[in-house]
Design a protein around this ligand. Sequence first.
Ligand code: PLP
Length: 388
Amino acid sequence: MDLTKRFNKQVYKIAVSTIRQFDEQVTDIEGIIKLTLGEPDFNTPGHVKTAAHDAIDKNFSHYSGMSGLTDVREAATFFMKEKYGVSYQPASEVLVTVGATEAISASLLSILEPGDKVLMPAPIYPGYEPVITLAQAEPIYIDTTPNDFVLTPEMIEGAMKEHGDKVKAIILNYPSNPTGVTYTREEVKAIADVLKNYPIFVISDEIYSELTYEDQHVSIAEFIPDQTILINGLSKSHAMTGWRIGFIFGPKILIAQIIKVHQYLVTAASTISQKAAVRALIEGMNDAAVMKEEYRERRDFVYEQMTSFGFEVARPNGAFYIFAKIPAGYLQDSMKFCVDLAQQQAIAIIPGIAFGQEAEGYVRISYAADLATLKEAMKRIGKYIQSK
Ligand code: PLP
């Protein structure tokens, strides 16, 4: 009996992750250094771990309410107010999710209908498109490469004119994975000023908000709270990827609908992780600061090295990625370039193509690795460049 034909056809349209494909090709190379992962190399802060131990000892082993424990929702709204000046009601305007990933899925599945279009600046994190595909909606990419990966109000206007009423939402992600680009207050406001003219949802994935190096992070929710579904979480700020804690903030009427999808996807986030999250958000409110200083040093080092090798790099101002253009005269197919680099010098970085067609010819380096590893990695990339 062949049941494969009875599968949801949308699932077959979801491409196997390019990052995974690449990883499979290079993983067995002897002595390989991987600067591939989008996750902090730091350990979760000790006091957060202690809070989790306490939660286990005190038998916080039951389901929490669907929207999350009251103290986490209070802590999360307090954090957002303190850090970014955006106000939400803990009782009705926040939802604790299983990482930002579930926040993205639950939000998109709640708003999208077949035939809807979703705007996204490209290159972009590959985690959105599969959910859009599952919902039988269509991703529309706005190419930001000609403008050093910076999305402008004019680009949004252009896309809205072209796609009109079919557009249901725009996804923003800043600081950006993979480019590290982020936006100043003026830039965020200018984007908000355009978006407020259209009846579309703004899904703003600000998971790297605590990792901005020059300017203060400004949430778009500050300007257009009524249409913004704001996503954040503890994975990057507190080195807590495995704890799976994310958040959705938004108007009560939207959260009430998203909760329904969230309920049947996951019921609720882990209660033990939620208890740890309270510690992270209150006592650990500034935990990211120490990590950020290290990331900044690494960014400066990798940026300087890659530039000296002849890669063109728009200096990233957030997250922990360097997005670099492969110099002329080398393999321009980013997958081939990265596989060859890995085979010749045992250093793995992600081919740009993993972040969309617009990112072909680029590579992404994650500098979530210690300085000694980064020094060795850069030595190897330098050797590769010289050897060709
Ligand atoms: N959004 C972006 C832009 C990311 O880069 C990532 C992880 O790499 C996620 C969401 C997923 O975050 P989480 O681990 O909290 O699900």
